[in-house]
Design a protein around this ligand. Sequence first.
Ligand SMILES: [Cu+2]
Length: 119
Amino acid sequence: MTLDKILVTLIGLAGIVFTYWFFLMKKYKAIEVAGSVNITVEGGYSPNTISIPKGETTTLNFFRKDPSSCLEEVVIPDFKVRKFLPLNTTVAIPITPEEAGEYEIVCGMNMFHGKILVK
Ligand SMILES: [Cu+2]
């Protein structure tokens, strides 16, 4: 291998490592929730990761402050939820997970992500 090929390989590897680190190692701080939780929708979901108990109903109160149409719909695929979020209005979405696991909250276009951890 010539020096430039080695360099290109190294840069490529660094890129891969960085991508993994960025997307997989980024630590999400799960907020423990009981009963209900207020989720602000503004440039994403805040809190972004919540932890809820299995077999109990938790109400997710979405409040959209972000005027971008990207976030006007919230989807929780595993619970067959797809709801329109009017601006500055609370939309309550109760969910009752029967199984432990990780569930996704996404915007209608699958660009913003949040997580529900069920224990
Ligand atoms: Cu979107």
